[in-house]
Design a protein around this ligand. Structure first.
Ligand code: NDP
Length: 291
């Protein structure tokens, strides 16, 4: 039987409809309009697209959005000044500095400068620490999107063996953490794999739920998974261009060989991807509610 497709695009639409109602209510009952500030430094084309998508999502939902585009040679001091101004701006509830930053700017210092209550990306160490102890106001966007996808597809995580491949601070570590939290967290048994893992397939084959975030196109193949596995493919890899010049995307999972063995799987594109910006919008609303 074909695997169930976990359609992030549809779930994302549903969550955005819910958010629209919450935002209207916030405005009417409390006179608060959620506000998100985005900062882009430099000309990276991918980053421009992401910031544009975030701005558009704000506009569609009725979130007040302020975008600042800075030249690539902006000094770290000027960027820190801007972050400070936004920290003090009561109309702004969330601040997002698009990464990567130019090499002469220390991204860690910039992230640390964001007021934790406005850190809607959930990258500040205070929020990362709160996540670890299950006390976070914000959850990081991509891992939160994954939890929400599983919930809305009624895929239980409790007692399951969840194998995460990739240990980045943005995806691998936080999703492993959310999965091992007691209820209402994942309450799963978690294995976290990385390049130091010997014989990766030994672990991936034992996964009830396999989450892959490595940035290596089609790395996980059908012979590395067991029958009935639920597969969450976080990877977004550009593997070529169509004759019209459109990017051809592939996940970190070889869909063609894995899908026949899986009970459910996220496609790329249209799986995890659409959830990330939606969860950023959600965090902005959460921040506004707490203000
Ligand atoms: P990073 O490059 O920061 O981390 C990759 C991780 O994968 C590292 O921990 C690395 O291990 C591990 N890894 C790489 N190759 C292997 C391998 N052969 N075997 C085992 N582990 C391996 O990537 P991100 O987490 O930021 O992103 C991963 C993918 O997800 C990318 O394709 C990215 O574009 C995508 N992504 C998608 C998002 C979305 O919204 N859909 C959001 C964020 C990311 P080690 O630590 O040992 O080097």
């Amino acid at each position: 039987m074909a695997a169930q497709l976990i359609k992030g695009a549809e779930v994302s639409k549903q969550i955005r409809e819910e958010l629209t109602k919450e935002i209207e209510e916030l405005k009417e009952k409390h006179g608060v309009t959620p506000g998100l500030a985005t900062i882009l430094v430099g000309e990276d084309p991918g980053s421009k697209v992401y910031v544009g998508q975030k701005e558009k999502a704000c506009n569609n939902l009725g979130i007040y959005s302020v975008r600042t585009d800075l030249p690539a040679d902006t000094s770290e001091a000027d960027l820190l000044d801007l972050v400070k101004k936004l920290n003090d701006d009561s109309k702004i509830h969330g601040i997002l500095v698009q990464l990567p930053l130019p090499k002469h700017i220390d991204a860690t210092r910039v992230i640390y400068a964001i007021e934790p209550d406005k850190d809607v990306d959930c990258f500040h160490p205070v929020n990362v620490g709160k996540l670890m102890i299950g006390a976070g106001r914000f959850l990081p966007c991509t891992p939160h999107g994954i939890m929400e996808l599983l919930k809305r597809y009624d895929i239980a995580t409790e007692g399951k063996h969840v194998v995460v491949v990739g240990r980045s601070n943005i995806v691998g570590k936080p999703i492993a953490n959310l999965m091992l939290q007691p209820p209402p967290g994942g309450n799963a048994t978690v294995t976290l794999c990385h390049t130091g893992t010997k014989d990766l397939a030994t672990y991936t084959k034992t996964a009830d739920i396999l989450i892959v975030a490595v940035g290596q196109p089609k790395m996980v193949t059908g012979d590395m998974v067991k029958e009935g596995v639920v597969v969450i493919d976080v990877g977004v890899n550009r593997i070529g261009k169509t004759p019209e010049g459109k990017a051809i995307l592939a996940g970190d999972v070889d869909f063609d060989s894995v899908e026949p063995k899986a009970s459910a799987i996220t496609p790329v594109p249209g799986g995890v991807g659409p959830m990330t910006i939606t969860m950023l919008m959600k965090n902005t609303v959460v921040a506004a509610k707490a203000s």
